[in-house]
Design a protein around this ligand. Structure first.
Ligand code: SF4
Ligand code: MSK
Length: 671
């Protein structure tokens, strides 16, 4: 198959990926990279100018003033396309959250084989915050009530989703005033679909009001529930040593790759892979044991809790199979390419689907059921081990990096103040003094239409030089991991002087890996805690912070971006805008683009923009951070004031003659 137009270096910034792309060409096998080169994107649909909501269409609007058969204008069509994508993204995250809540219920009732409540402290804290009585009650009693409360949030018809109460008080009031307080997750998603059926909501701005409410039901609903329950069942993440990239695959072991999103199955596969019976079974098959690794957000879930290595991010799913060393790729939901099955047919790799919601023709389906999870996990591993004998020649790129993931908001709180003084005060102080200029969340997917990992890592590196503390989730976090930015001191030579002082003092990497896609809810919690700590305003929109999704591709990313905007953040997407409209249209008449930027800024203090150029992204980020600093009355950012303390300063002092050192330390030259 032809490789298309780009060179390997243009397709990916990752040397391991480049090696595998060469291998794919040698074997004549196509990948998402080559398919992206071969498939010219539709410039009408891509810009949100195509409507196929009813059978009178599809209507493609290519001229200013043109309407669809029903009279729908370009703005209405763009708004409808946008909210439908947000509804799909919110549905994906929230269905994940719902399944987690059902698993919690099954655990509480003693019906979930192999699971237990690992983090009783978090269970008690979350239950107490939700008004559930905890005194004198067992963990399972509390978990039962919490599971019922969380399950109810999905089908709730009136009132408000309970987790919205965790937002800053001022923000909650704003949502009430603007009429966007989410009532129930399913209700908002259903209403988004209803409103966009032929002949319903036709006012683009009115449609986008509900887009906000739908996205909020994800960020402060489904995603937050998913994160809470994952922590309760599998443990709240804390720093742990891990590795990332295809070099984590092993030639002499049975390689099992878990891919997708929900931690319920992957956590059980981790447990089953450590079972002596399974290890012995692998040895009998001639392997040294089982080598488990992850792709996408499933990778993040088991990486940050057990240190299980990440074989890669979204665009690595095909490349892992191309190594010829993967006995089985076990997938559940979201971000799984249909191409895996066809690709795997060139090797011995088995693609095993496990979710009742996801099947792929040609894949082996072993359905997961949380009631007998351990039994199913062992069955899947035995199928994988049985396949080891079929392995042919392998090509594993010897490229891997160490990293330290696991920065949950609870751990960030703890690391800043210790057990007895856990607090965000040091972080707020560092921002207020200007040592940390601001905070950026660099999150989201890979997209084969841009050079894999390049935008993520370029933006991250440039912001670090500008003393911006970076937090990451999802495939963006794995991109930084592969570049070695998530490894404590190893990355500190690349950061600005003030940020370096803070990283050295607190003992953290300059980029904090906070988890998977649903764990963007952790970032909302951090921002809320920063507000509550004081000194950075009384709402999230006043914090010098920006969210970036440089290589986004999924509808979930649009939902995340929208709930972050509604929470007060400036959100920048890279790549192309799904609602860019006509290229020659007068900018002022682009109602939807203007509304999600200027309009949303007036309503929520946050705004959304699509900026393809990475240098422009960085410029806009820094301008926004500085604007927020000025509004808070904080000193202007000045890197020259810092860098004279921390480890570097200790080294300088050590090398000074005694007299000079006394002068530097105490202001006196001699006794
Ligand atoms: Fe065309 Fe209107 Fe039908 Fe959309 S809803 S396909 S614009 S007729
Ligand atoms: S997996 S949604 S490619 S981050 Fe969460 Fe990665 Fe994006 Fe999927």
């Amino acid at each position: 198959m032809a490789r298309g137009k780009r060179t390997y270096e243009e397709q990916s910034a990752d040397p391991a990926a480049q090696q595998m792309l060469i291998r794919a060409d040698e074997l004549g096998i196509g990948t998402a990279f080559s398919r992206a080169d071969d498939m010219v994107p539709c410039n009408i649909g891509g810009a949100g100018m195509c409507c196929k909501i009813c059978g009178m269409g599809p209507c493609r609007l290519t001229k200013d003033g043109q309407t669809g058969v029903c009279g729908a204008t370009l703005d209405t069509i763009q708004a409808r396309n946008f909210i439908r994508a947000i509804a799909a993204g919110a549905a994906a995250h929230s269905d994940h959250g719902r399944d987690m809540a059902f698993t919690l219920k099954a655990v509480a009732n003693g019906e979930a084989e192999g699971y237990m409540i690992r983090d009783v402290a978090k269970l008690r804290m979350v239950a107490r915050d939700n008004g559930i009585q905890i005194e004198g009650r067992s963990p399972t009693e509390i978990a039962n009530d919490l599971a019922d409360l969380y399950i109810a949030q999905f089908g709730q018809q009136r009132g408000r989703i309970i987790a919205t109460k965790r937002a800053p008080a001022k923000r909650q009031q704003l949502w009430e005033e603007r009429g966007v307080m989410p009532r129930g997750v399913d209700r908002e998603v259903v209403e988004a679909l209803h409103r966009t059926h032929i002949g319903d909501d036709q006012d683009p701005e009115h449609i986008l009001v509900h887009a906000v409410r739908t996205a909020l039901s994800d960020g402060w609903g489904g995603s937050l529930i998913a994160t809470d329950v994952s922590d309760i069942l599998f443990g709240t993440p804390a720093p742990i040593l891990g590795q990332a990239n295809l070099g984590v695959l092993k030639d002499d072991m049975v390689n099992v790759v878990v891919h997708g999103h929900e931690p319920t199955l992957s956590q059980m596969i981790v447990a089953a892979s450590q079972d002596p019976e399974i290890i012995e079974y692998a040895k009998q098959a001639g392997a040294k044991g089982i080598n488990l690794s992850g792709i996408c957000c499933t990778a993040n879930e088991i990486l940050m809790r057990q240190g299980i290595p990440a074989a890669g991010n979204f665009l690595h799913q095909e490349l892992a199979i191309l190594t010829g060393a993967v006995e089985a790729m076990i997938v559940d939901v979201q971000c799984i390419m249909q191409a895996l099955v066809e690709l795997a047919s060139n090797f011995h790799t088995q693609i095993i689907t496990t979710s009742p919601k996801v099947q792929i023709k040609g894949a082996t389906h072993i359905q997961f059921d949380e009631h007998k999870a351990l039994t199913i996990a062992k069955q899947i591993l035995k199928v994988s081990i049985d396949n080891y004998k079929n392995r042919g020649k392998t090509h594993i790129p010897q490229v891997r990096e160490d990293l330290i993931p696991g920065f949950s908001h609870e751990y960030i709180n703890y690391m800043l103040g210790g057990s007895y003084r856990a607090s965000f005060r040091p972080l707020n102080d560092a921002i207020m003094s200007g040592r940390i200029r601001g905070v950026a969340a660099v999150v989201g997917c890979n997209n084969p239409r841009s050079k894999q990992d390049f935008l993520h890592t370029y933006v991250t590196e440039q912001l670090l030089k500008q003393d911006v503390l970076v937090v990451e989730t999802g495939c963006g976090a794995i991109a930084s991991a592969k570049l070695g930015l998530l490894l404590g001191e190893a990355g500190l030579d690349k950061v600005g002087p003030g940020l370096r002082e803070i990283c050295e003092t607190v003992g953290i990497p300059p980029v904090l890996h906070m988890g998977s896609c649903v764990d963007n809810s952790r970032i909302l919690t951090v921002l809320t805690q920063m507000v509550e700590e004081g000194g950075l305003g009384d709402d999230i929109d006043q914090v010098p912070a920006v969210g970036l999704a440089p290589e986004w591709m999924s509808e979930k990313a649009l939902s995340i971006g929208t709930y972050c905007v509604a929470s007060g953040a400036y959100v920048i997407f890279g790549g192309s805008s799904p609602i860019s409209g006509m290229p020659d249209r007068v900018a002022d008449s682009d109602i939807v683009l203007r509304f999600i930027s200027e309009g949303w800024e007036k309503l929520y203090g946050g705004k959304m923009e699509f900026i393809p150029d990475p240098d422009e992204m960085i410029k806009m980020t820094l301008e926004h951070i500085d604007k927020k600093r000025a509004a808070l009355g904080l000193p202007e950012y000045d890197p020259a004031r810092f860098g004279r303390s921390g480890d570097q300063r200790m080294i300088e002092l050590e090398q000074m003659p005694v007299a000079e050192k006394r002068q530097a330390l105490y202001g006196v030259a001699a006794d």
